[in-house]
Design a protein around this ligand. Sequence first.
Ligand code: ZN
Length: 403
Amino acid sequence: MMKFSVSKLSPEGGRLGVLSDIHQSTKQRDVEVLTPACLMYTRGGSVPHLTLDMVRCLPHQSGIVELTVSSFIEYRETMDGFKDGLAKFVGISNALTYLAVQDSCKSAPAGYNDKSTVSVWAPSGRFRLNSASFMSFQRAAKSNITEALCDGDTREGCSKKRIQKAVNKTLQFLDEILEENLNAETCQQTEIFGVIEGGDLLSERLRSTKETAKRPVAGFVLDSFGESFMKEETRWKLLEPIIKELPEDKPRMLPQIGEPLDVLLAIENGIDLFSAFYPYQITGTGCALVFSWSDENKKTLNYQTNRPDDINEGFYIDLNNKKFAEDFSPVLSDCECYCCQHHTKAYINHLLVTKELMAGVLLMSHNVHHYLSYFEAIRQAIKSDTFALMKKHIQEQHMRTDR
Ligand SMILES: [Zn+2]
């Protein structure tokens, strides 16, 4: 069974940990995951906009790639025929795989889950899954870690009755999936993460947490905490009492949270794992991440235009803005990513204006690089007891971020 050891509990909040002994085939190399970490976000098995070569050059990767059921469910017969699992199918050779039920970046349409099934949305339409069909897909996918099937369709304003049903159904799925996994041959087993539901009701969240924690799961997923599910202040009020009920020695994942300050607040509360969907979301708007996490790192905001209002940007700059049309400096002057080493803001602005696909490629290569470096900096900050200082620094930029 997967091991999770906490190597440091910071007095300022947050913890450092190591995930190891993750169930894997002998063909995979041993991967140790340092937490807090973000899983590489993918669509259809690839990091959007980037080629595998570009992904391989990214620093500080967690070693786990997030694959989504909805990306592959319509190819389940192909997967059965392929026999070697999703990682090999999409060309992942140096990382473990995490199978997620829904896309972290995109909310599934509301109102489609019924008594015994959960709907996932593939490009060709809706697929209904129950525990048996979900686990049959999982066996073909051969994921190292699998999030149990769950009903997270509990948006803000949803009735108490609906929320209770979602919690009950999710627990029932978990029991069926754990049993199925236990009965599978050893080589077909996976690490199961239990999913905590309960909408924005504290009583239901606590019931879901306590019941899930009683089961032999390898970790926990705190589902439906994203902005379409609850108010921001509710999220932070719920998180603390939930975390108190969870055992120390298992990792906790918060998949729909990615904004730089939210990540720190979640880590402060004891979250270990995230999905790296945020750089993809930012790329889609034509923006580049420019936030800094320490005073030394601040120097990199060295704009050619040198206008004071540029220096006061928040987490990102919008490269669609025509003020960048003649800015021949890189996005960040000492960033080591492919984009900053070879291209200027003016060129990216030009690509955006002319709607060239290359704009997404360059922006994504910078944004993912920046985001993964941020997670490395967070781990270092917890290690060196400078987490509070980093949070202050990020909070200042959060205030300036246009959202
Ligand atoms: Zn860069």
